[in-house]
Design a protein around this ligand. Structure first.
Ligand code: HAM
Length: 419
């Protein structure tokens, strides 16, 4: 190993204490998503660069500044996926999913890559858990996706997350709004930075993503997207809001929420947490009725979301965290002159009965064994000394109750189950 080799900036290792929690969150996701009929899709981490240029949009920050793009050995431009919705849309087209029973419901879990400035909750390799419904244009799908999302978050124990909701309208509304925004900003052209001046021509809506304070000030009095909605987009939004009320889903209307990706039409939403600081979005999503056709596929609408797992785990309710961290394997130790194979045999017997166990391979004193077991967070310890071997029993210690008993290994699983 070379000296000082470390993870690449903005990436990190997740060690067992954390991966246990991640796996528990993922297990809840798999169960809840399956209960809504979603099947898992695994797409490659590497995609052709063109997919994101066409799907996410050339004038977005993601495509313009944040992609890990490089030429492979044959000179083809490839990109580490910065998000997965475009990849799911590509897969939908590639596998002819338009002929599957509609709508197609998919979910995914996996790493994404964006070259952003690292800070709390913002990594260059981060992880998303996402879901997409492809093939239904009605607001019922929007409501169902939000129901799924909130049930999942509820099962993790989240109670006070805020749902921000807006509509960016259909293509006609966006066109009308883009023109209104351009007309409003044109007189202030020289107060805009280089990026925004370019976007004024190519894609005025993207100026709303600006973080430049002077530009944000200018935008405070800009026309609102809501004033440019087509009747169809307005009806869709009204019906969605009625459904959210019907299912008691609380939300805040946020008419400045436009999201940083170009594919959105109509409904957009985010889930934010006050506990996260500057990077407060735990989840982002919305409808994308043109994405699949823009990528060369059939006219199939879609809606979905992606949760940032790094942020979600960061603010996971303590109760869930504790439950997930519990259940450490039983520690089995052979003491003194007793050969370690006795510990392995007892551990195997426990595993055979469905109880997780780890054998200590180096004999230690009782004191050292108990100390190590406690440090690992184990609740149960099995000690095998010479007397135990002779009597054909083991000594079982329940550290949380401070009790100990001698018994046959065969009855231990039932005792531990009842403890
Ligand atoms: P997004 O808003 O770009 O949307 O990302 C979704 C979530 O991923 C964010 O809310 C955040 O929690 C997390 N995230 C994004 N960037 C980072 C980062 N650098 N470090 C840590 N977490 C991050 C999308 O990606 C869309 N594909 C969502 C979607 C699915 N829309 C429709 N379907």
């Amino acid at each position: 190993m070379g000296q000082g080799l470390k993870t690449v900036k903005g990436t990190r290792d997740l060690l067992p204490a954390e991966t246990g929690i991640w796996a528990a969150v993922e297990a809840v996701a798999r169960r809840v998503f399956a209960s809504y009929g979603f099947g898992e899709i695994r797409t490659p981490v590497l995609e052709s660069t063109e997919l994101f240029v066409r799907g996410v949009g050339e004038s977005t920050d993601i495509v313009g500044k944040e992609m890990y793009t490089f030429a492979d050995k044959k000179g083809r431009s490839v990109t580490l996926r910065p998000e997965s919705t475009a990849a799911v849309a590509r897969a939908f087209i590639e596998h002819g999913m338009a002929s599957w029973p509609s709508p197609v419901r998919l979910f995914y879990l996996g790493p994404q890559f964006r070259y952003e400035r690292p800070q709390r909750g913002r990594y260059r390799q981060f992880h998303q858990l996402g879901a997409e419904v492809l093939g239904d244009e009605g607001p019922t799908s929007d409501a169902e996706v939000l129901l799924l999302l909130l049930r999942f978050l509820g099962e993790l124990g989240f109670r006070d997350l805020e749902v921000l909701l807006n509509t960016v309208g259909d293509a006609a509304s966006r066109q009308a709004y883009g023109e209104a925004l351009r007309a409003y900003l044109e007189p202030y052209r020289d107060r805009l930075g280089e990026d925004s001046r370019r976007r004024l021509v190519s894609n005025p809506l993207r100026i709303l993503d600006t973080k430049v304070p002077a530009e944000r000030e200018l935008l405070a009095d800009a026309p609102a997207l809501g004033d440019c909605l087509s009747p169809a987009a307005r009806d869709h939004f009204d019906e969605l809001r009625r459904l959210l009320d019907r299912f008691a889903i609380g939300y805040c209307l946020d008419d400045r929420l436009v999201r940083g990706l170009d594919y959105y039409t109509k409904t957009v939403f985010e889930i934010v947490s006050g506990e996260l600081g500057a990077q407060n979005a735990v989840c982002g999503g919305g409808r994308y009725d043109r994405l699949i056709s823009d990528l060369g596929g059939p006219e199939v609408p879609g809606i979905g979301f992606a949760i940032g797992l790094d942020r979600l785990v960061d603010i996971l309710p303590q109760k869930f965290r504790q439950r997930a961290a519990g259940g450490q394997p039983v520690v089995v130790a052979a003491l003194g002159e007793v050969a370690p194979e006795h510990a392995i045999a007892a551990a195997e017997a426990l595993r055979g009965a469905g109880v997780a166990a780890v054998a200590e391979l180096v004999s230690r004193s009782v004191k050292a064994t108990l100390k190590r077991a406690d440090k690992k967070g184990a609740r149960h310890v099995v000690l095998i000394g010479e007397e135990e071997v002779e009597a054909g029993v083991v000594t079982w210690k329940d550290l949380s109750r401070g009790e100990q008993r001698r018994l046959a290994i065969a009855v231990l699983p039932a005792e531990i189950g009842g403890a």
